[in-house]
Ligand binder design. Structure first.
Ligand SMILES: [Zn+2]
Length: 241
């Protein structure tokens, strides 16, 4: 099963990706991690990417695509994978599709984490963490049990990331709307797009996603058995958008 996750930075998709990945036993492929891995392991593409990043430039589509191509050819991706942070533009989505078609594969599910911008901004502004053990907190959703003292290690050294401020977050949200939102109609047309409330509780979101994935599995199974019926998709996915 090939799943693509969409959502602005801070919407919780990384957390959900890890939960789904371990539940259905497929790797969680985040573009950032793959890029760092390729640079570290000094593959041809990795070395190219490293020199571009050293000059302070953004890595081009070609390089990102080639890194992903290498990665999904590995054995652990045989039963599928979850893409997080890719594709980010329409042309990347088309590239991904043609890459998959060569392997007789396709994107099965696209999960969009929709968020209210204002709520997301205040959540991100509220983030802080323990400077000693790294445990994360939030002014709005998760304060330490004892004020000023880390639940995990007892430290009182809390830190906030400089770029967790309104201005930076707004910029990131604007970039997301401009580049990524135009992609949604592309997947909607393919009837693989599913939207969820990214700001709901972590457990609520992961339960909803796992239910969806199970339904999808059953749908595919019936399809394989030749019991495909045109309405099945509509019946199973009342929330298709
Ligand atoms: Zn701590």
């Amino acid at each position: 099963m090939i799943i693509v996750l969409f959502g602005p930075p801070g919407c919780g998709k990384g957390t959900q990706a890890s939960i789904i990945a371990s539940n259905i036993n497929v790797p969680h492929l985040s573009t950032g991690d793959m890029l760092r891995e390729a640079v570290k392991s000094k593959t041809e593409t990795g070395l190219k990417a490293a020199s571009i990043m050293e000059e302070g430039n953004l890595v081009s589509d070609d390089i990102v695509i080639s890194i992903i191509n290498d990665r999904i050819g590995k054995n652990d991706c045989r039963n599928g994978f979850i893409l997080d942070g890719f594709p980010r533009t329409l042309s990347q989505a088309e590239e991904l599709d043609s890459m998959l078609i060569e392997e007789k594969l396709k994107v099965d599910l696209v999960l969009e984490f929709s968020v209210n911008d204002e709520v997301l901004i205040s959540r991100i502004e509220g983030r802080f963490s323990c400077g000693d053990c790294g445990l994360g907190y939030n002014d709005y959703t998760k304060l330490p049990l004892k004020e000023g003292i880390c639940d995990q290690c007892g430290s009182s050294n809390f830190i906030r990331r400089k770029d967790d401020n309104r201005e930076t977050v707004t910029k990131r949200l604007e970039a997301y709307s401009k580049d990524t939102l135009p992609l949604l109609p592309y997947y909607r047309e393919k009837q693989v797009l599913y939207s969820i409330d990214g700001l709901a509780d972590i457990d609520v979101v992961s339960n909803e996603l796992m239910t969806l994935i199970k339904k999808w599995d059953r749908y595919r199974w019936l399809e394989c058995k030749g019991e495909y019926n045109r309405d099945l998709r509509t019946i199973l996915f009342k929330k298709w958008k």
